[in-house]
Design a protein around this ligand. Sequence first.
Ligand SMILES: C[S@@+](CC[C@H](N)C(=O)[O-])C[C@H]1O[C@@H](n2cnc3c(N)ncnc32)[C@H](O)[C@@H]1O
Ligand code: SF4
Length: 412
Amino acid sequence: MSTDRESATVASPARIAIDAAVLSKPRFTALPPLALYVHIPWCIRKCPYCDFNSHAAPETLPEEAYVDALIADLETSLPLVWGRKVGSVFIGGGTPSVFSAAAIDRLLAAIRARLPLAPDAEITLEANPGTFERERFAGYYAAGVNRLSLGIQSFDDRHLEALGRVHDAREARRAAEAALMIFGNVNFDLMFALPGQDVDDALRDVRAALGFGPPHLSFYHLTIEPNTLFHRYPPRIPDDETAADIEEAVLFALDAAGYVHYETSAHAKPGRESRHNVNYWRFGDYLGIGAGAHSKLSFPDRVLRQLRWKQPMRYLDQVAQASPLQEDVEVSRRDLPFEFMLNALRLTDGVPSAMFAERTGLPIAVAASAIAEAVRKGLLEPDPAVLRPTPLGRRFLNDLQSLFLADRGAQP
Ligand SMILES: C[S@@+](CC[C@H](N)C(=O)[O-])C[C@H]1O[C@@H](n2cnc3c(N)ncnc32)[C@H](O)[C@@H]1O
Ligand code: SF4
């Protein structure tokens, strides 16, 4: 009779092989919450700072063909999300408001017929004030959109012109007013550190936005992205010191007005956080349909990332051949801790530590040395119950996140 110890010794080569295979896979006991993202890749005009997958709309927009393609795309993806409830839908772009209310109505009806949408699902649509018509916005609401995200950027004509926006401040105000009247649940996107902007200009924008009292405000630091017109012909943007002063003043004013700064760029009245975006930051799952859309989907023993064809016309062709995916890869176990932290540490309050295992399928021990280093450097709170960045960690977020890169030895 052999002892356990002996049999373990005898069987060790095979055991090691099996253990390695098991450990190379995440293990989920329950799958993360699921959201749906729908990408509409067209805008009235391409803005010179924007590197999103957005293209100036052709004279005749293939609206009907594109909605058909989205529905076909969704159908090919259904086996990947069978039976899973969808908590939020985000129709983003590009500028989804270039589509008619009838097109959005057909899209949402098709989604509802194919996916179990939660009765209280948050359904957001991104809109540009340059596409504003009262009937159009009311039509989106009637179609089931219950949250509008409006790309205001600034309430100052000088800055809107420098940004190459298709609308002026008056149109931004009219769209903001109507959005709040129709939807109530509204986000304004604004940017700061704009060409020629100083602290007073930025504060005027904040005051103008606060004057409408939207439940949610996203304030983005304008970045000069590669492959944009601003990269090729750089405008004069505020120097780092002025940009930091602007940011400090903006954050102070939003805080004083009762907005909670809950994520790097997001501010909300208490309880009015974007549920869809919070799901991304908590490393939830999402199915993304439409040109260039990304998906992240978990299964009991793996996490998949998918990317759809980016060029709108190529996407339409590929969907017609029932193959919308340009990339379909399994996320390596080594990359999961970094991907989780990349998102979770953007949240001011971080996440409960237990969420690491729930959302990566890996024991938190795999990140223990990186967590210890982050705590030692004063970037992460020492409380073992939460993964929360310190104020220093929020300020040097990239440094904090990069501690979790696989090649930094975060894995045992
Ligand atoms: C898809 S757009 C929103 C809807 C619509 N396309 C619009 O611009 O009105 C998303 C947001 O990203 C922000 N954004 C785009 N490019 C940016 C950049 N280079 N730096 C900072 N924020 C940027 C803008 O605030 C923009 O409203
Ligand atoms: S910022 Fe918005 S409107 Fe401008 S190109 Fe990008 S997606 Fe289109």
